[in-house]
Design a protein around this ligand. Structure first.
Ligand code: OAD
Length: 261
């Protein structure tokens, strides 16, 4: 009934009506797919992961640059760390995996829940993205993260102030801080028909626990070249890098013969 109401058109537009009704129906009928992505999805774009042998936490002390205590101890170091990440981000581009995830919107109602602070999912064309750990291209006030603003790929320095007079800081969720979007993400995961976990070692909570909000019959896929933390659910594991793994998964779930059980 809802579909018919939305499609009240003059008679001479009957063909258009059929077309619009079909399109609306397709949108309404699309199954829900949630992508839980981590640093590995951006690795082939040239952004280091955190916990691999060449990862960022090999060269930096995570508590010095990515914790709230680190911010209070040495804010200059923290700002410099994120300035470098932001400058690097300006010089990389989305890879095939990001693009295929965006392409999946033609087949599914896709939400990307990412732990990544880069903007490569956006630049690849994904339209529904939750950044659990914040966004590199934004800064905020040191006072409860009020006054969030976009600075793109530019840098800022210690002492720069937000409109409320408090220090500007990176708009990042650090260790020791709460994750404001976790409940929204859990709600979205709980409605998913398909869940894709890609490029995350599942070491960091609460993000790693999101999977357990999934319905019992949700189909779960994991793409990662290495073993990830054990998952107490039946999953299809595609042990490949993000780009080749996504090509394989796309052939599987975007085929007309694919049925969600
Ligand atoms: P990790 O570095 O912990 O895990 C990266 C995962 O990506 C590993 O499982 C790798 O095997 C996999 N990987 C590496 N190369 C890949 C490729 N080409 N294709 C696909 N997968 C690949 O990164 P995250 O799990 O994202 O938080 O880390 C979670 C959080 O820990 C981050 O958001 C960050 C970090 O500390 C904060 O800084 C708050």
């Amino acid at each position: 009934m809802k579909i018919q109401k939305k499609c009240v058109l003059p008679l001479d537009k009957r063909d258009l009506k059929v077309y619009i009704c079909g399109a609306l129906k397709n949108e309404i009928m699309k199954k829900k797919l949630v992508v839980l992505s981590g640093a590995g999805v951006s690795a082939e774009s040239g952004i280091s992961t955190f916990r691999d042998s060449d990862g960022l936490w090999e060269n930096y002390d995570v508590m010095e640059v990515a914790s709230i205590e680190g911010w209070y101890q040495n804010p200059e170091l923290v700002i410099e760390f994120y300035n470098q990440r932001r400058t690097q981000l300006a010089n990389v581009v989305p890879n095939e995996a990001h693009k295929i995830i965006a392409e999946l919107e033609n087949y599914y109602d896709v939400t990307v829940v990412t732990q990544n602070v880069d903007d490569l999912h956006e630049r690849a064309g994904s339209t529904q993205i939750i950044h659990l750990h914040g966004e590199l291209t934004k800064v905020c006030s040191d006072d409860r993260k009020k006054h969030v603003s976009d600075i793109g790929y530019s840098t800022f320095k210690f002492g720069d102030l937000a409109p409320d007079g408090h220090l500007l800081r990176p708009f990042i969720v650090w260790f020791g801080e709460d994750v404001p979007l976790i409940n929204k993400a859990a709600e979205i995961v709980s409605q998913a028909d398909i869940i894709l976990i890609i490029g995350t070692s599942l070491n960091v909570y609460p993000a790693a626990g999101l999977l357990y909000s999934a319905k019992n019959d949700a189909q779960i896929y994991v793409i990662d070249p290495k073993e990830v933390q054990p998952i107490a659910r039946r999953v299809v594991f595609i042990k490949e890098k993000a780009t080749s793994g996504m090509k394989k998964l796309f052939r599987m779930i975007a085929s007309k013969d694919f049925v969600i059980k």
